[in-house]
Design a protein around this ligand. Structure first.
Ligand code: 5RP
Length: 230
């Protein structure tokens, strides 16, 4: 590690950036007894932080957005609850695949978009943690994930072609909800709200990975110079 950093002029790796963003989120969970927790490698760092900073005793429980996150939370001793029993949450911490200046997001690279959208919607504050590579001016370079009912897959793919995208089926992948994912490439999403509504309205769509109707409230971007708050 020393040698690599020396050669790079001590630039942070993407993984180190994700950890920095995750540490930044700890500021937002003080006095929160039940926490919403997202999915992905940045969130895994956040869960590691809960353990590393001995915060697990302060948390009564967590509502998790995926089976993977549930397992990780349980491993560090955080009880996992259903959203139906917890009621609405004060804070939800999650990563993103892309973030624009309006704090609108693309999510779902890890396939957990629907549960993530539900928990984000049920939370008073959505704290999004990202490394700088995730920030964009216009959403859409990252392929847009859409979770679909399996029988609707080809129909929705054809509809997405009409909307200007190139859909690719995420083969051999089943979501925690038993559904499938289409990743739509080459979308330049100039109007995230309009596209989110249009795709949500297609029969067979479970949810689309645009988080525009419910954007993040706070975005913590880890940069070389520190963690910037949007
Ligand atoms: C999972 C997600 C993740 O938040 C997103 O894919 C970012 O992942 P990572 O933190 O691994 O870069 O939306 O469905």
């Amino acid at each position: 590690m020393y040698c690599l950093n020396h050669l790079r002029g001590s630039e942070m790796t993407q993984d180190e950036s994700k950890r920095k963003a995750a540490e930044g989120a700890l500021e937002y969970i003080k006095d929160v007894s039940i926490l919403g927790v997202g999915t992905g490698s940045t969130v895994n760092h956040f869960i590691d932080c809960l353990a590393d900073f001995n915060l697990t005793q302060d948390i009564q429980g967590a509502v998790s957005s995926s089976i993977a996150t549930t397992e990780r939370l349980k491993k560090i001793g955080v009880p996992v609850m259903e959203l139906a029993e917890s009621g609405n949450l004060d804070v939800y911490v999650d990563g993103a695949d892309e973030v624009n200046p309006l704090k609108q997001l693309i999510k779902g690279g890890g396939g957990a978009l629907t549960r993530e959208k539900i928990i984000a919607g049920a939370s008073a504050k959505f704290v999004c943690i990202v490394d700088q590579s995730k920030t964009v001016d216009v959403l859409g370079k990252f392929p847009l994930p859409i979770e679909v009912i399996p029988m609707a897959r080809s129909y929705i793919a054809r509809e997405m072609v009409k909307l200007g995208g190139q859909p690719i089926w995420r083969e051999n992948y089943i979501t925690d909800n038993g559904c499938e994912i289409i990743d739509v490439h080459n979308m330049e999403i100039m109007e995230p709200l309009a596209l989110e509504k249009a795709v949500n309205n297609l029969a067979g769509v479970v949810s689309v990975g645009i988080f525009g109707l419910r954007p993040a409230d706070v975005v913590l971007v880890a940069k070389e110079t520190g963690v910037e708050t949007l």
